[in-house]
Design a protein around this ligand. Structure first.
Ligand SMILES: [Zn+2]
Length: 76
């Protein structure tokens, strides 16, 4: 998914690595199950991808990866 068009019409470019607008999220409980040295790629595979629109701050949370529609959260 190189680009995402936000509800506010901002086009978010996700092709850069690392991406300015992409975040990674993991539950505190799951993170706490790890200790010591951890393989970064393995940890990455356990994280949920979150995209934050730089214009309106909407959050697009991809709970099942980019192949499923995201849950979208908007500021009140
Ligand atoms: Zn937006």
């Amino acid at each position: 998914m190189p680009k995402l068009k936000c509800e506010c019409s901002e086009v978010i470019n996700l092709s850069g690595v690392p991406s300015r607008d992409q975040y990674l999220m993991i539950s505190d409980k799951e993170y706490d199950s790890y200790s010591g040295l951890i393989d970064a790629e393995m940890l990455y595979s356990k994280m949920t991808i979150v995209v934050k629109c730089p214009l309106c701050s909407r959050l697009y949370i991809y709970n099942d990866g980019f192949n499923s529609p995201p849950a979208v959260y908007c500021l009140e």
